[in-house]
Structures are given as structure tokens and as C-alpha cells.
Design a protein around this ligand. Sequence first.
Ligand SMILES: [Zn+2]
Length: 231
Amino acid sequence: MFVYRRDPDALLGAGVAFTSAALDLGDGQSVAAREAAFGLVSSALGAPVAIVAQVHGTAVVRIDAPGTADGLIDLTGHRADALVATVPGVAVAVRVADCVPVCVAAADGSAVAAVHAGREGLLAGVIDAALAEMRRVSGADLRAWIGPHVCGGCYEVPDAMAREAADKLGVPVSRTRRDTLGIDLGGAARRQLEASGVAVTRVGGCTLEDTLLHSHRGGSSGRMAGIAWLG
Ligand SMILES: [Zn+2]
């Protein structure tokens, strides 16, 4: 089964899901293979799935019209790291394999978002950018799900990078299992969401430790997705 965790009753009219390593949704494969993989996701959700070209930035793509075909909505001509959808009939997805996938839903089912939040994106403010766009289109309370990502006990980085990131992100430096310094990306994502008044649910484990998940650091070229949609 390629769905690692799904929450179809997340909120009134919205759903979120995180896929597993049983499916590769990344760009390190043929276009046809990627389309076939997204075809499976689209069939499972009953809606086409939109993706963008992720660049560790803060740009947000908003989708205000339902998809007109099944399968993949290829928006990779857009360099962005968050997608917001304001209509049913389209799912938004970000692709990850250690970075933090964050799904956001408005409590009244008026909008959803998918956010790609790695170290660079967290530092640049991609979560705040996505929340700002959600609040432009919805006055409702927001709720977020943090999906599987590399944990602070596995995400080892050079000491100076760990200290600088921790300082800027307002989280403690993490100590890895090798007794080196690391960054708790999920903790930083949670802190940013909660600071903005968003309730957070943590979903799933560590990509490097769980063999059901793709891990870039673990040597996988595959990508999973965090997906959000309006029903
Ligand atoms: Zn770990």
C-alpha cells in the first residue's frame, strides 16, 4: 500500500495523506513512470494531483479551479515550495525524502495547503508564506499535519550549521545518535506553526530509520508526497 498515513476525516471537507516508499513520486525517473505513479494517487483520492518545481524557497502557488483531467497536474514550470487549493476537485502535493512535508487545512473546508519545508525553507520562511496565503483566502482557523521527515537524532550537519540554524529557528541544537550536532527540522516546523496559532498533529516516523519511507540521506532517489485536498 502506498499510502503511509491518511486522514480523510481530518476536518469538515478536507483530507490529508502522506505516501510511503512503495511509490516513487520524484523526478529521478522517466516522465511516464512519474505520471503512472501520480495516476495511482489520483485514482485513490478521486482528484488530480498538482505539483510544482521545489527550490527551497518561499513562493506559493494558488489553485482556484478544479483539475480538468485525471492524474497529474504538472505545474513544474513554477518554482515554488507551497501550494494552496481553494476548490474541491484538485489535490496539492509536495515531494520529500527527509525534508518536512506539512499539510494545512482551514477548519471550514475553504482551503488546504501542502508545504515543502527543509532546512533552507524553514530558515527562509516558507511556512509563514503558506500560512499567509491561506489566511488571504480563508478566515477560518488553520490546522496542520507534519509528515514523516528525518529526525533530529539522524539529521547530522556540520557544527556551525547546526548552531546557526538552531539559533535562527529558535530550537535547541539536536544531538545525533553519533553524538554529533544536528537539527530538529520537525521541531522547528512545529514551533513556526504553533507560533502562528496553528494546531499541529505529527504523523509518522523518521525517514532515515523507517524502511517504509524514502530517505535521501539513506540513499533513496525516490520521493514521497504530502498531499492535501478539499472533498
Ligand atoms: Zn531518525
